[in-house]
Design a protein around this ligand. Structure first.
Ligand code: C2O
Ligand code: CU
Ligand code: CU
Length: 557
């Protein structure tokens, strides 16, 4: 009897211990920041080198931000509208870029690593929104610097609305029953300065530590964005009650789906609707991340590659955001539209091309895609405009990798031969490929061809991306192989060796750099023309004497 009693006592102590270790439950003290909204048709974005007071006392933290002291305004766009942007880099000590993550725009407007904004300079892309209503984001994308620039706070949300979202019954008043929820984990080092860690030990929501949000006692929509360096979140309500998911990266799901957990990897977005009318006014309910339940190999989980006390949040279920239930608004949404979208994906039987991307490596956090490291001067894939392609992502490493591709949205065909679960059955531009898994997606590369500026694909774990887990592709109207010394018309031959590009023949030759600037123009008279370039990618365009144009991309080494 005594022994039994001791056993029971130690069981209770053990349970209490587990409870204490697994639940971090502090009273939130800071009202969550709700980023301002910005409307077009012209968006002025200033990338600032600034500071923010994260803690009630002590040093200011050095940050980067768009138009603010941390993160940036939410850009409000509408499908079919044309917008202009002026993005000025006020970080006087560094070059950067600004990429519109998830949007279907030309590579010249996409803001990848090639489209640099030098200190003090303004970049002015312009485009018409072709995507349907959803949540995107913007962030720097300079090679080797993406982790640093995003970690210091340069990122913001983009909301697209369209005729469909206008008619749907959904919570849709920003800051009232619809909220941006940008999740980032941070590590604050000496003097409150942000450290360059792969996973942080402090959660910020929209840049606020230890945050709470007043929510009305009704259906509330959260636009979640995981803008963390590498941590995946396993989002749910503290009491594990059901919520609805209505949208994934690129648009609405076909119908709302019921979930109690949603895994959100770096770069991914999801729109959730939580019904706070199930709680009493005055109650607090926490949005949690149940990271003890993450599958093995997923960053930030119980058995992730950084687990076992890599930092204070690993191996834990922790609070993302405390929601304080307030009285409902005058006219709350009480029921969602049962049909949200009509996604009709391509059938793989009509695919033009199948590609495989194998992830390998792992030593010192260096990973490869098909054996290659990112090389600014190497175009990894050339894709024909309007082709439908199936990509197979094969992860041969023991870490999970959130694969992201620019230009397009894709549909997942299967995950390890099984159809995707409903939360992954909508439009996607990021997908988490778990260790030793295979995911196949289908997409169509339409609208934008550019023979000179590539689009990117990469792992959205920022240190993996910066370490070279990235490739680039060109979308072309016509595919002709572009090896050196190959004649490009019957009149003109172009060859390249080292940093020399030699053009022979008759015609007018123009050479452009990656920014689309004309570097050289000259008339050929059957003789040789030799151009010397700094290393980089150039477009050589020849106006032949019969009036036709021949274009080719050349690499100067
Ligand atoms: Cu979110 Cu290539 O980026
Ligand atoms: Cu992107
Ligand atoms: Cu990765």
């Amino acid at each position: 009897m005594k022994a039994k009693h001791t056993g029971l006592t130690s069981l209770i102590i053990a349970l209490q211990l587990i409870f204490c270790v697994n639940m971090v439950h502090a009273q939130a003290s800071n009202p969550v920041n709700i980023p301002d909204t910005l409307h077009g048709p012209v968006f002025d974005l200033d990338i600032l080198d600034t500071t923010k007071q994260f803690f009630p006392t002590g040093s200011l933290t050095k940050t980067y931000a768009y138009n603010s002291d941390f993160l940036g305004p939410t850009l409000m766009l509408r499908k079919g509208e044309f917008y202009e942007f002026n993005v000025t880099n006020y970080i006087m000590t560094d070059t950067t870029t600004t990429h519109w993550h998830g949007m279907h725009i030309s590579s010249a407007n996409d803001g990848g690593p090639h489209t640099m904004i030098f200190p003090g300079e303004t970049w002015s892309p312009e485009f018409t929104v072709l995507n349907e209503a959803t949540t995107f984001w913007y962030h720097p994308h300079l090679h080797h610097k993406t982790q640093e620039h995003i970690n210091f706070g340069a990122a913001g949300m983009i909301i697209v609305e369209d005729e469909n979202s206008d008619t749907l019954r959904l919570p849709k008043t920003y800051g009232v029953d619809e909220f941006p929820i940008i999740i980032q984990d941070k590590t604050f080092g000496e003097n409150n300065q942000l450290a360059m860690e792969r996973v942080g030990d402090s959660i910020t929501i929209n840049g606020t530590l230890n945050s709470y949000l007043d929510v009305p006692a009704q259906m509330v929509r959260f636009r979640l964005l995981n803008a963390s360096v590498s941590r995946t979140y396993n989002v749910g309500l503290e009491d594990s009650s059901t919520f609805q998911m209505i949208a994934s990266d690129g648009g609405f799901l076909n119908t709302p789906i019921d979930l109690t957990r949603l895994m959100l990897a770096p770069g991914e977005r999801a729109e959730l609707v939580i019904d706070f009318s199930n709680y009493a006014v005055g109650d607090s309910i926490n949005l949690y991340s149940f990271n003890t339940e993450l599958p093995s190999g997923v960053q930030g989980g119980a058995s992730g590659p950084y687990s076992v006390n890599y930092n204070l949040l690993d191996n834990l279920d922790f609070t993302l955001l405390q929601c304080n239930v307030q009285p409902a608004t005058a006219d709350p949404v009480t029921e969602l539209s049962p049909v949200l979208n009509n996604i009709d994906c391509w059938d793989e039987n009509i695919a033009d091309v199948f590609r495989t991307k194998i992830f390998s490596g792992g030593m010192n956090q260096v990973f490869f895609i098909n054996g290659d490291q990112f090389d600014l001067n190497l175009v990894n894939d050339t894709i024909k405009l309007d082709d439908i392609e199936v990509w197979s992502l094969l992860n041969s490493t023991s870490e999970a990798h959130p694969f992201h591709i620019h230009d397009i949205q894709f549909c997942i065909l299967d995950i390890n031969d099984n159809p995707p679960p409903p939360q992954l059955a909508g439009w996607k531009d990021v997908v988490l490929v778990e260790p030793f898994s295979e995911i196949r997606f289908i997409t169509k590369f339409e609208t934008f061809a550019d023979t000179i500026i590539p689009f990117m694909y990469h792992c959205h774990i920022l240190n993996h991306e910066d370490n070279g887990m990235m490739g680039q592709f060109i979308v072309k109207r016509e595919i002709a192989t572009s090896t050196s010394r190959e004649p490009i018309s019957n009149e003109v031959t172009i060859s390249s060796f080292g940093n020399l590009i030699q053009v022979k023949g008759q015609g007018t030759v123009s050479i452009y750099n990656l920014a689309g600037q004309k570097m050289q123009r000259s008339i050929l008279n059957a003789g040789d023309n030799i151009f010397t370039f700094e290393s980089g990618i150039y477009l050589v365009s020849v106006l032949n004497s019969d009036g036709t144009t021949t274009e080719k991309v050349y690499l100067a080494e």
